[in-house]
Design a protein around this ligand. Structure first.
Ligand code: CP
Length: 306
């Protein structure tokens, strides 16, 4: 079994991962691995292959692998035979022949995890494929919302996603995960960062920041993906119209709505420091929950493949 994207998953598919992830946080939300899971993947190894920078996804996958008793194999492309011209496919097939049970892959090419999934029997975990999907981020986002609201699903909640939507694989996966659990995603951002109608995102659209925030039970802010842009933006204008600081929280948001962000946060752009560090921020909870969610994903997929 692979985890390539959230698109196509239904409520039960998503909840299966989240309910298993519930085992890996205690009642105060702290990470915990119950004794029966500490050797659940004993003897297995999982390769981490990151062709784009990462902090949260790479480290939380590595911790998740270790906490289940498996062994992480960290591939550094610059010192592997890929620099001699070996393809990723050949690299994965060779590692699979050594017994590697899964590949966690982040790569700028959208199609890569899908084509690899056709070529290897080991599990492929998409850790971000260009502007495509970031399925484990979406699972940890809905996991965090579910914990915050103390509910099993997100039925009836409005969740605003604000910023650089079109370049964001997080937004794409979040929309599918939110819909699967009954929430309504509301997208907002400058026109050049918004999807076109023909892109057919399954979400409501808000014309302004205040329109999105006033309707939202929770808000997910996004970073500008400069690495995927062809044209630069006027930062002062962006911060004024789309950034969230204390005055925006007070003036435009519902009174108890939490603020989320997948990270990395660019302080002073999409969020002021006071908001990123403030009482409504779930940002560090998201990062912590990433380990629990990835433990669940690894366990479900690798066990099913065994
Ligand atoms: N949210 C996220 O994917 O963060 P990293 O790029 O640090 O992994």
């Amino acid at each position: 079994m692979n985890l390539l994207g959230i698109e196509g998953m239904n409520r039960d598919d998503v909840l299966e991962f989240l309910e298993l992830a519930d085992q890996f946080v205690d009642e105060d939300g702290r990470p915990v691995t119950p004794k029966e899971y500490r050797t659940a993947l004993d003897g297995e190894s999982v390769a981490l292959m990151f062709f784009e920078p990462s902090t949260r996804t790479r480290v939380s996958f590595e911790l998740a692998i270790q906490r289940l008793g498996a062994y992480p194999v960290v591939m550094v492309s610059e010192s592997s035979s890929m620099v001699k011209g070996e393809s990723i496919r050949d690299t994965c097939q060779n590692l699979e022949s050594m017994g590697v049970a899964g590949f966690v892959i982040r790569h700028p090419e959208r199609g890569l995890p899908y084509s690899l999934a056709d070529k290897v029997n080991a599990c492929i975990f998409n850790a971000g494929n260009g502007t495509g999907e970031h399925p484990t981020q979406a699972l940890l986002d809905v996991f965090t919302l579910r914990k915050h609201f103390g509910r099993n699903d997100l039925e009836g909640l409005n969740v605003a996603i604000v910023g650089d939507i079109i370049h964001s694989r997080v937004a794409r996966s979040d929309v599918h995960a939110l819909r699967a659990l009954g929430a309504t995603p509301i997208l907002a951002g400058p026109p050049h960062f918004m999807p076109k109608p023909e892109d057919k995102w399954d979400a409501e659209i808000a014309a302004t920041r205040s329109q999105a925030l006033e309707a939202a039970d929770a808000v997910i802010m996004l970073r500008i993906q400069r690495e995927r842009m062809v044209k630069d933006v006027d930062m002062d204008e962006y911060v004024r119209d789309w950034g969230v600081d204390d005055s925006v929280v007070e003036g435009e948001m519902r009174q108890t709505a939490p603020i989320m962000h997948p990270g990395p946060v660019i302080r002073g752009v999409e969020l002021s420091s006071s908001v990123a560090d403030g009482a409504r921020s779930l940002i560090l909870k998201q990062a912590g929950n990433g380990v629990a969610v990835r433990q669940a994903v690894l366990l479900n997929c690798i066990r099913e493949n065994a």
